[in-house]
Design a protein around this ligand. Structure first.
Ligand SMILES: Cc1cc2nc3c(=O)[nH]c(=O)nc-3n(C[C@H](O)[C@H](O)[C@H](O)COP(=O)(O)OP(=O)(O)OC[C@H]3O[C@@H](n4cnc5c(N)ncnc54)[C@H](O)[C@@H]3O)c2cc1C
Length: 497
């Protein structure tokens, strides 16, 4: 079977890799990957400037989701995997221009330790009292999705949304806690509320269970806790390069945007750059808004659902400094900036601290993250204006003695990521269900990428590989049964865990 892949980001590349493996193993599959841009990798891109690894898009992935590290090992990149320097992990929130550390015992958004919560400067006395009283919180009376902001505010008050939920989530989704779906983004907390009422009590109970389980497993395995984040020594581009090296060059059509898709002869017809190509199956790995435009003529309802998935844009600004020219930075990985502060920056990572060995001695690398749901207009600003804004804000937040705006960085790199980050808005699960129903009526079509079941790199890889495996198996089944193979199982889910 010939399979077309539309989009050469990490999800599309992971799908192509899986099809290439199937082809090499003698399964009857061929593939073509269409990528609109001249380069492959989508949001994954790194550069090395005088020995310093600059991540223009993502800098790492969550270790607890295994799909990314597994793929890296399979590609021979095991020795390149680099754990985050968790011994030095400390994150600050900017409150009134001061860096306030996240209190000890905070488990994602849930305070679990009394003393650090009582002593922190992050929250007012009123919020702290509310956090104490949260232990008596009853389970939610109504069912159904709500925003992350609504969930957190019901438990801990508006200040916890402003200083905790919003900055933490905008660092991950470039999104807005008032829009994001609690049941998609924080499913564990939603479950905890159902069972315990209080999120703090739920989290403490979960922590107790985890400690008991890790005591048992450490008796047999004696391993330390894994690092929270994993990077690649040479940057995320290493993963893209390793994948591309395994693929058939003639199957990778860069600079070839797909302009139309239609059903044809029991399969799919793809138009790109003035020519048409027929496939038995299609993996659409473009952002959902691009998939919407392509699929609306095939299935109007599907097109509408895909177009309804919101996206946010972001900007990264990497600044490389001579460390001798700047003052002593506070300990830790960096800081997050609440949207209410009115600043352009949403977050800044001290790159040389977060991952050791990727910055040469004597250099300091700052990676600022800007944009997000409310700051789309920033994308229109010039590189010079964005760099000037970041330098000014860094000086105001860290103090001129540490990093005055007068100190010239040795290198700067600005990267814009337009509509790159899907937002899991309230009702996302129901939308996924409706999309799965439509896909169930369109044999041989799969949707993969960050819009569906996980925004991070590991989930994109998992979905890409899964879709390719399913289609390769179907193709094998067709050959085994003399081309009378099984139809798609209706209704086929667009994603599966
Ligand atoms: C600045 C930034 C920082 C991030 N940080 C992290 C992080 O630290 N850790 C983490 O796990 N995740 C992070 N993410 C999220 C993660 O990088 C993305 O969710 C993931 O890379 C998306 O992969 P994808 O393949 O779904 O989509 P994309 O990378 O967007 O790829 C889609 C591809 O489809 C192509 N395309 C679109 N339309 C067409 C068409 N008509 N024809 C052909 N091709 C088309 C596009 O050109 C693009 O290359 C970050 C994202 C950004 C933007």
């Amino acid at each position: 079977m010939r399979i077309g892949i539309i989009g050469g980001g990490i999800a599309g590349l992971a799908a192509a890799y899986e099809l290439e493996k199937a082809r090499a193993a003698g399964q009857p599959v061929e593939y073509t990957l269409f990528e609109a841009r001249p380069r492959l990798g989508g949001s994954l891109a790194s550069e090395i400037v005088e020995g310093a690894v600059l991540e223009l898009g993502p800098d790492s992935f969550l270790t607890e989701k295994p799909a990314a590290a597994e793929l890296c090992r399979e590609l021979g990149l095991g020795p390149e995997l680099l754990p985050s320097n968790d011994a030095a992990r400390k994150t600050y929130i900017v409150v009134n221009n001061r860096l306030v550390p996240l209190p000890d015992g905070l488990m994602f958004l849930v305070p679990t330790k009394l003393l650090p919560t009582a002593l922190t400067r992050l929250f007012s006395l009123r919020t702290k009292i509310r956090m104490g009283l949260e232990l008596l919180h009853p389970p939610r009376a109504v069912d159904g999705d709500e925003s992350v902001a609504a969930l957190v505010e019901r438990h801990y008050g508006a200040e916890a949304v402003d200083r905790l939920a919003d900055p933490l989530l905008s660092g991950i989704y470039g999104g807005d806690a008032a829009q994001l779906s609690a049941s998609t983004v924080l499913p564990r907390l939603v479950e905890m509320e159902k069972k315990h009422g209080s999120l703090t009590r739920g989290m403490l109970a979960a922590h107790k269970r985890m400690r008991a389980a890790s005591k048992t497993s450490s008796k047999t395995q004696n391993r330390g806790a894994p690092a929270i984040f994993t990077a690649l020594r040479g940057g995320m581009q290493q993963l893209v390069n390793a994948l591309v090296a395994r693929l058939e060059p003639a199957s990778l059509w860069t600079g070839t945007p797909v302009s139309a898709i239609e059903k044809a002869g029991g399969g799919w017809r793809v138009s790109a750059c003035g020519s048409v190509h027929d496939y038995g199956a299609l993996i659409v790995a473009s952002p959902a808004w691009a998939a919407a435009a392509l699929l609306a003529p095939v299935d109007e309802a599907l097109g509408e659902e895909l177009a309804g998935i919101p996206y946010s844009s972001s900007i990264t600004v990497n600044l490389v400094y001579n460390e001798a020219k700047i003052g002593t930075l506070p300990e830790g990985f960096g800081f997050l900036v609440p949207a209410s502060s009115g600043r352009a920056m949403l977050a800044c990572t001290f790159v040389h601290r977060k991952f050791l060995g990727r910055t040469p001695p004597g250099k300091a690398v700052f990676r600022a993250f800007l944009g997000g749901a409310h700051r789309e207009a920033l994308l229109a600003e010039s590189d010079e204006a964005l760099v000037a804004t970041v330098r000014r804000e860094l000086s105001e937040i860290l103090g001129a003695k540490v990093l005055s705006a007068q100190i010239e960085p040795e290198h700067v790199r600005v990267s814009r990521w337009r509509r790159a980050m899907a937002q899991y808005a309230v009702g996302h699960q129901e939308r996924m269900q409706r999309i799965a129903e439509r896909i169930g009526t369109l044999p041989g079509l799969r949707l993969v990428g960050n819009a569906y079941d996980g925004i991070g790199i590991p989930d994109c890889i998992r979905l890409g590989r899964l879709a390719a495996r399913e289609l390769a198996a179907k193709s094998q089944g067709q050959r085994d049964q003399g081309n009378e193979g099984p139809r798609d199982r209706p209704p086929s889910p667009v994603y599966s865990r």
